[in-house]
Design a protein around this ligand. Sequence first.
Ligand code: CP
Length: 306
Amino acid sequence: MFARKDLLGLRDLSEDEIMTILETAKIMKEKIDNPSLRSDELKKSSIVTMFYENSTRTRMSFMLAGDYLGAMVKDLGVATSSVNKGESLIDTGKTLDQMGINVMIIRHRMTGAADVLARNVNASVINAGDGSNEHPTQALLDLFTIMDYKKHFDGLNVTILGDISHSRVARSNAFGLTKLGANVTLAGPSTLISGSMRSLGVDVTSDIKGAIANADVIMGLRIQFERQKNMPFPGLREYSSLFGINAETLKSAKKDVLIMHPGPVNRGVELATEVVDGKNSVINIQVKNGVAVRMAILKLLTDANR
Ligand code: CP
């Protein structure tokens, strides 16, 4: 059962709602490779993507997800829109509302932007990443990928490694994974992680070796240079030797450990190329699963608000 107007984060979703999305995504995934299974389920829906920050995966997968379900999908094109004449987020949303948009998908550098938009428009709003707060559809595709390979979450050890303090992906995954019964460890240099994150119900550590040895899943995170005022470590070479994962570090991990990353990867920094392209990596599968999960979310939200 899914009866929400908006999808703003995993903090507020119940375990049942998360599982409904993941189960719906299973059905949707078959339609990606087999166009004959596609139908015009969302034919009467209009969707707009509003990306105030750069994106390849999230924006394209939402646009394709809408296309695969027969919806009309448009991109606001923030860089060439009246946003650049100073139009506010709320006025932009109200303007799109009047044009008959049913679903607005927003990425914004400001924490809470999706929530502000959702409170001011009739359309359903999907948070495609707000500041350092949440990136719920990324976490849902990560959960979907883990479920696909590991078949369960209960007692699973998931290590999220890297630039935790700036990561909305880490926060959304922490909310989702703990709700489903996984043990989450947030690992990274002390300058990129805060002990206060233990309040999310996770372990926090700078003991990278321990966090890797124990893990069933290792999720590397990109160093978000664009969100940092000062370099939080002396250099990239030092970071990759102390906190990066390469073929050598992987020897101490479980043989069937899943290597994940939300992308884009700084190859050679958080993950070595041989790890990104190695046999434990499911990074490309995550991309495909992202389309399936976003199809599921569009379908469930649209059905709930027809
Ligand atoms: N993972 C992710 O959000 O990628 P993009 O920035 O390319 O959308």
